[in-house]
Design a protein around this ligand. Structure first.
Ligand code: HEC
Length: 229
């Protein structure tokens, strides 16, 4: 009797070990940081994830740029909500082609290794959006929020870092916009504000101009002395 109990215990233990070792792609656990749970894109007072302000710009900059998943693409077009929904199963991140591609579990990990990669928080944001039902939501932007952490930083993160970060950032010379210091330097010496308004050179992001509200937040942050607030 005792022996057979011991045998069962050992067998159970061995099975546990085998399971743990053979697990290939651990999906990112749905641990949602509080700043994402109640996130509003940093630009307003809404709760919940806003597709148009937080998810679409990420997909546009990390996936739907020229030559990849853009409107002229022979590969999958990821420029609009309805196109994106071809690779998303609402409520089921792990069953969604999009999510599997960005965690490297698909046939081809996305974005390709040579391109800037999504951060862990951005991956969790997409996971959470799909899990919450992959709604086509928009958030009201609050132009009175003009802080770096509450407005400018999240806007640059969502709309610019897909091209302006990583080992080979876009720009001539290369422009990395992944830190506060670099963003301030780009305002001072690379006319960041002229580029986002399109008043000097091609508008940034190319083909996807920021909203007037986002532009006014950046404008007032610059006028206020570009604080790291
Ligand atoms: C889809 C890719 C892409 C996105 C997204 C993007 N950029 Fe760019 N950016 C480029 C490329 C390519 C260049 C170089 C060609 C040019 O200057 O037009 C560039 C150039 C620039 C320059 C001039 C750099 C220099 O060398 O003087 C600035 C400033 C800039 N971007 C700011 C931004 C900001 C701010 C955002 C977000 C609001 C942004 N970009 C989003 C691709 C991108």
């Amino acid at each position: 009797m005792r022996k057979s109990l011991l045998f069962i215990a050992i067998t159970a233990f061995v099975i546990m070990i085998i399971n743990a070792v053979s697990c290939k792609h651990d999906p990112i656990p749905p641990v949602i940081p509080p700043n994402i749970q109640n996130s509003n894109g940093g630009n307003g007072s809404n709760s919940g994830i806003c597709f148009s302000d937080q998810i679409l710009p990420l997909i546009q900059t990390y996936c739907a740029y020229t030559g990849c998943h853009d409107g002229n693409s022979e590969a999958m077009n990821l420029t609009t909500y309805s196109n994106i929904m071809h690779v998303v199963q609402a409520g089921n991140p792990n069953g969604s082609t999009l999510y599997n591609a960005i965690i490297g579990g698909g046939e081809e990990p996305m974005p390709p290794g040579s391109k800037p990669q999504l951060s862990t928080n951005q991956v969790i944001l997409i996971y959470t959006w799909i899990q919450q039902g992959a709604q086509n939501t928009a958030c009201a932007c609050d132009s009175t929020i003009t802080t770096f952490s509450g407005a400018v930083g999240p806007t640059i993160q969502n709309h610019c870092q897909g091209c302006h970060s990583g080992s080979n950032p876009a720009g001539n010379p290369a422009l990395d916009l992944s830190s506060y210091n670099n963003i301030v330097a780009a305002v001072n010496s690379q006319n960041l504000y002229g580029r986002v308004t399109g008043t000097s050179g091609a508008v940034m992001p190319p083909g996807n101009k920021l909203s007037d509200c986002n532009l006014s937040q950046i404008h007032n942050w610059i006028l206020g002395g570009m604080l790291n607030n």
